[in-house]
Design a protein around this ligand. Sequence first.
Ligand code: FAD
Ligand code: SF4
Ligand code: SF4
Length: 429
Amino acid sequence: MIKVKVDRCGYCGACVGVCPVGAIELAETRLLISEACVDCGLCLAACPVGALQAEGYAETDAVPLRRRYDVVVVGAGPGGSVAAREAARLGLSVLLLEKRQEVGSPVRCAEGIAHELLAPFIEPDPRWISAEVSKAQIEVVGDGTTVARQAEGGKGYVLERRVFDRVLAEEAAQAGAQVMVKTAATGLLLEDGVVRGVVARGPAGTMEIECAVVIGADGVESQVGPWAGLDTTLPLRDVMACAQYLLAGIEIDPARCYYYVGQGVAPGGYAWVFPKGEGKANVGLGVQADLAADSALNYLTRFIESQPNLAQGSPVTLMVGGVPVAAPLPRLVASGLMLVGDAARQVDPLTGGGIANAMLAGRLAAEVAAQAIAAGDTSAEALAPYEECWMASRGRKMARNYRLKERFGPDERTSPDFWRVFTVAIGAI
Ligand SMILES: Cc1cc2nc3c(=O)[nH]c(=O)nc-3n(C[C@H](O)[C@H](O)[C@H](O)COP(=O)(O)OP(=O)(O)OC[C@H]3O[C@@H](n4cnc5c(N)ncnc54)[C@H](O)[C@@H]3O)c2cc1C
Ligand code: SF4
Ligand code: SF4
């Protein structure tokens, strides 16, 4: 019977067509081999990455490779790529690990960001901008009533994150960082509680990589912090469960973002319509996980059906994801370790916006790591200035927005006071 090495499989489908008994089934990111397999071996030759193995075949990739860098960054989202780029620009040797085979894909984001928050990190570029927006409309949906409020926003963008994330990783590589895709961190190298590196697994096998500082930028699903003993567990009430379609064939103002607030629309959260150019938009919503009586996807289906201009469209992509909308973590560092972005729960608790925060945190972490490495001390105390810089720059505002999220319970989100708070918050996504 044939075995699939999931770390290697690129889900290309080349093996499926050669199987004479139809024993191979390719799901989106899963390859299944059924009992019908007759061990003919044809699929082994068809696989471009050697991901299939006959039973009894000796494993060749168990030999650990050992390498050393100043910094290993785990996760090539905006937080990780900016951290890697800045650290490399500061002269450090950097390895950026990404578990997916393509940086930026699949996208888990509504892709909105304000110009003033983006521009300090990268020059806006039409290659990864789908729409430029300058206006916002907030609709408060009550029992049988809808009140719309217009807001002239500052300049902002709806990104094409699939390209945006990749360009940031390319910039990290151009600055001198080594980037490895399809390579997942699977653990940390720990010595007396001090982080000394990472264990990673990818097509090249299992590696033990030593470094002075690990930067965990591994997103909402982060494991790097817990591996080092940092508690990043999210209470259910601090998770937004989200679903989004890219709808095509709709009529919307391509320069306006729309927000919909109301218990019936999205309990504890909101729905959004972010234009992606003429006739298409990211249409999604997030619901507070402990309040929702139904799945986010079902809320979304009902929301789209309730809006005639959206109901006429067709979904061309479906995306689901979780957003941490939590109180600030008490610690963002441990000895030899720093957390940035969603891994550090640095998302705005009112809006769920986290791209700009992740990039800012990535830059701050790189700067503090460089100073600590130069001083030869990467203890938690030496890395703690990162926590202080984060609180002084954006963290204090995130703490305030968490308090506001708590103050305005789901029933109070149709009040004019919440409108005002929310209008300010969405201006800073
Ligand atoms: C539905 C939805 C809508 C959103 N809309 C917006 C919005 O409009 N505007 C906004 O600003 N923010 C938005 N966000 C939030 C935004 O997407 C995140 O805050 C942002 O992507 C955080 O960046 P990051 O670099 O911290 O993490 P991520 O972008 O999540 O990147 C983490 C990376 O780490 C990789 N990784 C994870 N584990 C490992 C491992 N063990 N080894 C190697 N690699 C690993 C992942 O594959 C991933 O590429 C939205 C989120 C969701 C879910
Ligand atoms: S070994 Fe032959 S029968 Fe088995 S899955 Fe591969 S191609 Fe199909
Ligand atoms: S040919 Fe190889 S990489 Fe492609 S789907 Fe089959 S096992 Fe995976």
